[in-house]
Each structure stands twice: as structure tokens, then as C-alpha cells.
Ligand binder design. Structure first.
Ligand SMILES: Cc1cc2nc3c(=O)[nH]c(=O)nc-3n(C[C@H](O)[C@H](O)[C@H](O)COP(=O)(O)OP(=O)(O)OC[C@H]3O[C@@H](n4cnc5c(N)ncnc54)[C@H](O)[C@@H]3O)c2cc1C
Ligand SMILES: Cc1cc2nc3c(=O)[nH]c(=O)nc-3n(C[C@H](O)[C@H](O)[C@H](O)COP(=O)(O)O)c2cc1C
Length: 763
């Protein structure tokens, strides 16, 4: 086969090597615009695991790379005058120039021709003369542009500006992050050693700081002089170096996230950064490029045709790229939004930094550096008022909100049971809620409890609008208080446009087959074309509904609840005012966000006025309508939270969606937690996170990173009322109390858990 690799970076060279190794008869040429030793960039990080993969493909070059590796185990973070080091991270790095010269030499030895100093203008030119053309020209691939109609690249320029520098200052004891607060704002560096006397030093900042320094108009040397001054105390008199002098302009860049829909066209195939990129903060671009080279060489030798090989190559590698790009997105967004975290205590700041890609969890950090993690846990507990020397997982830290004291941070999220009769809770509710309260969670929510019969979602929903409702709820709260250490919260709500529908396990959100009642909403917009059109509320309706909320709140207090929540999420009545998708009013309750919040806030103020001062009130919101800028965005949710905070709401329960049938939510592990994180860290308001949180590890990571104050689990508590007790056993926490009659069961579970048996919950 005659093969041309356009671009002699890691992808092109390693593919050339891999082809020759599989069949020395291939005629392979690598065409590279630069000279052999003038390379852009400094050291790159590769993991030990990546090197094993390379060694399987070519033991010789892998051994050479291994010989030139710099290893380090620690990550050090300099932040607000503190230096925090954690260990067990296990990185290795190599100079990019060294890596390329190893690959160039190995390629030459295997008979690959490398044409340096040769610019590729058009892949079409090579496609005529070669059986296979590999477009491996990196980030700014000309081939990708030439065949853009076929490759369909998606390129997204990310927000931060960075410059890739080097230094002879030693950073050989740790991968080092340095955050500096300058008079123009925050600027930070990622520094790591890659050979005996050189380290990579990447400097990064946001647009505002970039503009204030005027970096765009400065020469590389001028920028470097400024960076040297900013980071002087870490550079020990050493200068910062550039090897990008062949690049015109400032050499500052914004990172482009690249992903092509198609990776091949006729006999041309994309590889490495040309096909897809992964942000440098997770250090995986070189690994992706070299592993793609191995994969394509394998498929070309396994499959009967080039077309099938291309197809398999794209399927396999695109999936891997998507996985890494998702971690890279979390990581780069953390840096883009770092201002949000710059008020955190150094311990928590360090923790958020280490867990930013969400690939490293709480328990994973324990494996890496137990002592450091335990010191962080102790810090967390002491912030919660527990000054015990013995570290404990954050989920078991108590929490105080006004006069309410919770024994831990786990919350049973509100979940409609659809088992009420005429709004009255039944024995179902008694056993259901009492069991959850026995299960160890600090706070148990009851389902959306409606303020009138026509405020119900379904005929099976609970209410608080009749004396018998108060009595039935009181029976539950009394048991919870007498027999368990849990507290219990009543979620008050009005279904609005989503009322008069079937039970949850019948046709969800569909109208009743008969006996429907009339609906009200912010505007006369039906939930779907099958639902009845609600009446747009008049001021009289608002006053009636407000008074019903107040009356229900008073009944909830009489019934013995410890806390109240107003349901302002999921498309129900109060949510229908907040989201512009269902609020088309032209009075003072419609239009801008301030107006749309007016009625929900009026209800809050009225309820607050009748609620004892020691009792907290939360508000649940949909922090994202998942319809882009037509609806509520996570940014709007911050403004909503600010208004709630100013009104005196104690904690924001951050859910999302269910406000439009057009929503396109991006589900995933902890998928709504970023909205809680943003609200908590941008406003300082206390938050609860919810949504696909199911492992103790998730709960601990969220709390320790300061992404929420409390963590709600809904479905896991349907599957297992004793979720918290099981989590404690799985974590080896022997301080969590099992109720007396159940102690024998608890002791057995803890013993079994120590042997890795008997608990349904993974840590
Ligand atoms: C600041 C920064 C830090 C990074 N750190 C890491 C890290 O720690 N770990 C890691 O794994 N990755 C890292 N990367 C990513 C890594 O550098 C790339 O993912 C990797 O180099 C991709 O290899 P490639 O062969 O696809 O492209 P490149 O390495 O970009 O190679 C492309 C080659 O093609 C040549 N070329 C381009 N156009 C033409 C043309 N028209 N004619 C002829 N030749 C041409 C170029 O000169 C170059 O030699 C980092 C990237 C940046 C920007
Ligand atoms: C059966 C069921 C009923 C629910 N009922 C309510 C409710 O009454 N009020 C509410 O705010 N959320 C309700 N939710 C949403 C949950 O509180 C929670 O936000 C959602 O299920 C995501 O959490 P999870 O991934 O832990 O299940 C309900 C969820 C389920 C599964």
C-alpha cells in the first residue's frame, strides 16, 4: 500500500510506524512543514496506562519513551497564599520535541520517508498518487477545510486564552497549579516537569483579564515579560521561554473543541487533532492521536476493504473521543468559570479542582491520598460544627437551617404517590413516609401536597385543605418525630396547567378519562395538545390561590411539619409564571423575569408571614427549561435564586425541566448538579442538588466540592428506604445509629460490608 501521512506530529508519525510494523512492504511517506527539531509546544502528559497500550503496539519506541519520562505523583495548588499538596495522582510527562524525535527516528529505521520543510497545500494532490492519505496536520488541518462538506467539522472556540510556554525552573515534585490575583483579575498557570531541566508552563486567563493586559497587541516577548512578573515568586529567577517564534502574532490561543461528523472521504482519512481535540487540562490529545493511529493500522490489516476499515475506525475512535471530550468539557468549563470558585476556602478549592472533570470521585481521591482526603473531611465536619478528630464522610455532617437541625445531608426528595383519597393521606402514606424516616436520611420530603381540590395534579394527590388532611399528616409527623431522628418537610403546590390528569402509572400528564376539573395558569397555554386549555389567572384568582397557599401552610404547621417548600418547578402553577414559555401575560406578572417572579414571590411572602420564625422555607425551581434561550437557562436560574434569596427563602431546591414538551434535557449522572453549583457559588445561597444522584460517592463529592448543601435522592429511595443506612455500612461508618429494634440487622450489615458483602449500595 502507498501511504501518505500529511503532518508529522504524533498521529502521522505513529501511524507510519504502525503500518510499517504490520507490513514492511508498505511504502509510507510523512510530509511535514517544519524542520525535524522545530516544534511548537513543550511537554505532554501521558498516563502509565497509555504507555502500556503503546508498548503492545511497538515495544521499542515505547521503551524509548519510557526512558525519557519524567514521573510525578503530587498535585500542588497555590491559591490565596496557601500551598496544598495531595498525592497518588501518578502522572508521567515527556517533552514534545523528545517524543517527536523518538518517533521520527523509529519511523526512519522502519523505512518511512519523512519529508521535512514541505508544506501540504491540498490533500487532493496526494489522493491521486497514494492508496491512502492520512490527514494528520493537527488542530488547523487544511484537509479538514478542503473537504469540510464531507467531514462536517463542528468547531467550538472555548472561552479562555492560553499561551504554551516553558521554563527551566523546577516543578519536579508536583504537577503545579498557580492562581494569581492581579490588579487586572485572576490569571493562572499549569506547570509540570517533562525532562531534567525543563517544565511546561501554560498561562491562562479569561477575556476580561486578557483585554486588560492587552495581550492581543503584544509580541510574544512582551507577553512573556508580563507573565514572568506575575509568576515571579514561583519562577525562582528563571525566565519563561517560547518555542513558537515561527508562529506569527502573540501565540495566545483559544482552545478549539473539534469534532468531525465524518472521519473519511474516499481514500482520505482524518486522524488526531484534525479529527477531534481534547482540552489540554485533561492531557489526552497525544494519547488519543497515537491510539487512533494503532486502531486504524489494525483495522486496515484486519478488514477486507479500506472502506470497512474506515467505518470501524470511526465508530470505535469517535466513541472514545466523545467519552474524553465529555470529561474535557467538565474540566475546561471549570477553568472558564473559575471566578465562581475563587472565594472558596483553599481546602474546598483544591477539592473542586481535583474533581473538576468528574472522572475523579471522593472515594477515588481516598485511594490516591487517604491522609489528604481525611483532612478535607475533617475540615468539612468542623465547618458543620463537629470537632471530632475522626474523619467522617461529608454526607454525615449535620446541617442547620434557621431552627431546623438535620442529622445529615441526605434528603428523600418529594415523590407523588397517587394514593390519596380526596386529598387525604392514607395508610400507604403512613407506612411509606415512616419507613423512609426510619431509613436514616436527615430530611424526608412528602410529595407535592395541594392547596385545594382543584390544585391537584391527579385525583390521587394529597392535599392540605380539610381538617381530616391535617389529622392524617399529623399521625405521620408524630411517628417520625417520636421514633426516628429524621425531620419532615411539606412540599406545597398547585398543579396549574398540569392538573386534572391521570395517576403516575396511568398515562402521565394526560387528562382524566372523565371527571376533569377546570384549570388555571399564568396564561391560557395548554400543557400539550391533549390537555385542556387553562384559564389565564385574574387578580381575583391570584388572591384566592394565595390565600389557599397560606391556609395550607398554616395546616402544615398544625400538622407538625418541620419545614415547608413551595413547588415553583416542573411546569405547575407557580412555575407557569416563571418560565416565559407559559407566561405570555402583558400585565405586571408577565414580561421580564422580575415581573414573572412577582406572583410566586407574593405567595412566598404571604406564607412566610404565617410561618414560625425558626421554620425554614425552601423553593424548588426548574433551573433549565432545556429549550435554549427561549426558556429559562441556568444563567436565568442564578437571577431567580438571587430574587428568592433577597426575599428570604432559606434554600433553593434546584431541579430542572418538565416545563415544556419541547424540552431536550441532557440526562446523565448528577446532571442537574451543575445548576445547583452555579447558584450556590455565584449567589452564596444554600442549595439542594437533585437528579440522578445514586451513590454515596456522588453525594460526598457534591457536598465536599461545595456544589450543594443538601443532596436529594428520589428514585433510590423508592428502591431502598434504608439507602442512608446502607450507604453508612458500605462506607464503614459505624457512628450512624440504627433504630433499636433493627440494631441486630445493622450490626450484621456492617460486618458483611467489611467483607465486601451484603449491601446493595456501591461506594
Ligand atoms: C497547550 C497545550 C498543551 C497540551 N498538553 C498535552 C498533554 O499534556 N498531553 C497530551 O496528550 N496532549 C496535550 N496536548 C495536545 C497535543 O499536543 C495534541 O493533541 C497532539 O499533538 C495531536 O497530535 P497530532 O499529530 O494530531 O497533531 P500535531 O501534534 O499538531 O501535529 C500536526 C503536525 O502537522 C504539521 N502540519 C500542519 N499543517 C501542515 C501542512 N499544511 N503541511 C505540512 N505539515 C503540516 C504540523 O507542523 C505538526 O507537526 C496539548 C495541546 C496544547 C495546545
Ligand atoms: C414517582 C415520582 C414522583 C415524583 N413526584 C414529585 C413531587 O411530588 N414533587 C417534586 O417536586 N418532584 C417530584 N418528583 C421528582 C423527584 O423529586 C426528583 O426531582 C427526580 O425524580 C430526580 O431525582 P432522582 O434521579 O433521584 O429520581 C417525582 C419523581 C418520581 C420518580
Amino acid at each position: 500500500m502507498k501511504v501518505a501521512c500529511l503532518g508529522g506530529g504524533p498521529a502521522g508519525l505513529y501511524f507510519a510506524i504502525s503500518m510499517k510494523l504490520r507490513d514492511p512492504c508498505h511504502e509510507v511517506v510523512v510530509i511535514e512543514r517544519n524542520r525535524p527539531d522545530d516544534t511548537f509546544g513543550w511537554g505532554v502528559v501521558l498516563s502509565a496506562e497509555s504507555l502500556d497500550i503503546l508498548a503492545e503496539n511497538d515495544a521499542l519506541s515505547a521503551a524509548d519513551i519510557r526512558r525519557n519520562f519524567a514521573y510525578w505523583d503530587n498535585i500542588t495548588v497555590h491559591y490565596r497564599g496557601t500551598e496544598t499538596t495531595s498525592g497518588g495522582h501518578g502522572f508521567c510527562g515527556i517533552g514534545r520535541q523528545k517524543l517527536l524525535s523518538i518517533l521520527q527516528q523509529r519511523a526512519k529505521n522502519l523505512g518511512v520517508e519523512i519529508r521535512f520543510n514541505t508544506e501540504v497545500e491540498s490533500a487532493a494532490h496526494y489522493a491521486k498518487d497514494y492508496d491512502l492519505v492520512v490527514a494528520s496536520e493537527g488542530l488547523n488541518s487544511k484537509t479538514r477545510l478542503e473537504y469540510a462538506d464531507h467531514f462536517k467539522p463542528h468547531i467550538e472556540l472555548r472561552k479562555c486564552n492560553f499561551i504554551w510556554l516553558g521554563t527551566h525552573q523546577k516543578f519536579d515534585d508536583a504537577f503545579t497549579f498557580i492562581f494569581e490575583n492581579t490588579d487586572k483579575g485572576w490569571i493562572w498557570a499549569h506547570a509540570y516537569q517533562f525532562d531534567d531541566d525543563t517544565a511546561t508552563f501554560i498561562v491562562e486567563c479569561n477575556d476580561d483579564v486578557y483585554e486588560k493586559y492587552g495581550f492581543a497587541d503584544l509580541s510574544q516577548q512582551q507577553s512573556i515579560a508580563i507573565c514572568e512578573e506575575i509568576f515571579a515568586k514561583y519562577l525562582g529567577g528563571h525566565s519563561l521561554l517560547t518555542n513558537a517564534s515561527h508562529i506569527r502574532g502573540s501565540a495566545w490561543m483559544k482552545f478549539p473543541r473539534v469534532l468531525c461528523e465524518n472521519w473519511s472521504h474516499e481514500n482520505i482519512v482524518l486522524m488526531g487533532d484534525a479529527s477531534a481535540t481534547a482540552h489540554f487540562s485533561i492531557g489526552s490529545g497525544t494519547k488519543l492521536a497515537m491510539e487512533s493511529a494503532i486502531a486504524l493500522a489494525d483495522y486496515l490489516h484486519e478488514e477486507s476493504t479500506v472502506a470497512v476499515a474506515f467505518e470501524k475506525y470511526q465508530d470505535a475512535r469517535r466513541l472514545e473521543v466523545l467519552r474524553l471530550q465529555s470529561a474535557a468539557r467538565n474540566s475546561l468549563e471549570w477553568f472558564e468559570d473559575v471566578e465562581r470558585y475563587l472565594d472558596l476556602d483553599p481546602v474546598q478549592f483544591n477539592y473542586t479542582l481535583l474533581t473538576r472533570s468528574q472522572r475523579i470521585s471522593h472515594e477515588n481521591l481516598r485511594l490516591r491520598d487517604k491522609a489528604w482526603l481525611e483532612s478535607a473531611e475533617t475540615w468539612f465536619q468542623s465547618g458543620a460544627g463537629v470537632n471530632d478528630e475522626k474523619p467522617r464522610a461529608p454526607m454525615f455532617a449535620p446541617y442547620k437551617l434557621r431552627g431546623l437541625e438535620l442529622k445529615n445531608r441526605v434528603v428523600v426528595s418529594p415523590m407523588a404517590q397517587y394514593k390519596a383519597i380526596d386529598g387525604c393521606p392514607t395508610d400507604w402514606h403512613f407506612t411509606h413516609y415512616c419507613e423512609r424516616a426510619k431509613g436514616g436520611a436527615g430530611l424526608v420530603f412528602v410529595e407535592m401536597t395541594c392547596t385545594s381540590a382543584d390544585a391537584r395534579i391527579t385525583p390521587g394527590c394529597t392535599g392540605l385543605y380539610a381538617p381530616e388532611h391535617v389529622a392524617a399528616w399529623r399521625r405521620i409527623t408524630e411517628f417520625v418525630h417520636a421514633e426516628t431522628g429524621a425531620k419532615i418537610c411539606c412540599q406545597l403546590g398547585h398543579a396549574g396547567p398540569k392538573g386534572s390528569t391521570q395517576l403516575g402509572w396511568q398515562e402521565m400528564d394526560a387528562p382524566l378519562l372523565n371527571g376533569n376539573w377546570p384549570l388555571i395558569s399564568a396564561s391560557g397555554i395548554a400543557w400539550s395538545k391533549n390537555n385542556q386549555s387553562p384559564k389565564a389567572m385574574t387578580r381575583d384568582d391570584m388572591e384566592r390561590v394565595r390565600d389557599q397557599f397560606v391556609a395550607s401552610a398554616e395546616m402544615a404547621i398544625q400538622a407538625g411539619f418541620d419545614m415547608l417548600e413551595l413547588h415553583c418547578a416542573h411546569g405547575y402553577l407557580l412555575s407557569s409564571f416563571i418560565t416565559p414559555l407559559t407566561n405570555r401575560r402583558d400585565d405586571e406578572y408577565g414580561g421580564n423575569l422580575e415581573n414573572r417572579m412577582r406572583f410566586p414571590l407574593e405567595i412566598f411572602h404571604s406564607v412566610r408571614a404565617v410561618t414560625p420564625v425558626e421554620m425554614p422555607i425552601s423553593v424548588r425551581i426548574s433551573a433549565n427549561d432545556w429549550v435554549g434561550s427561549d426558556g429559562i437557562t441556568p444563567e436565568d436560574a442564578v437571577d431567580i435564586a438571587r430574587m428568592l434569596q433577597q426575599a428570604g427563602v432559606d434554600i433553593c431546591d434546584v431541579s430542572s425541566g418538565q416545563t415544556s414538551t419541547l424540552a431536550e434535557p441532557r440526562y446523565g449522572r448528577m446532571y442537574q448538579t451543575p445548576f445547583s453549583d452555579r447558584i450556590r457559588n455565584e449567589t452564596g445561597m444554600a442549595t439542594m442538588a437533585v437528579g440522578n444522584i445514586y451513590e454515596p460517592d456522588h453525594v460526598n463529592s457534591i457536598l465536599m466540592a461545595g456544589r450543594a448543601d443538601l443532596v436529594c435522592l428520589a428514585r433510590p429511595h423508592l428502591a431502598n428506604p434504608y439507602w442512608t443506612l446502607h450507604a453508612a455500612a458500605a462506607l464503614g461508618d459505624d457512628q450512624v445509629k440504627w433504630l433499636e429494634p433493627y440494631q441486630a440487622g445493622g450490626e450484621q450489615m456492617i460486618r458483611l460490608a467489611e467483607r465486601g458483602e451484603g449491601v446493595a449500595i456501591r461506594v
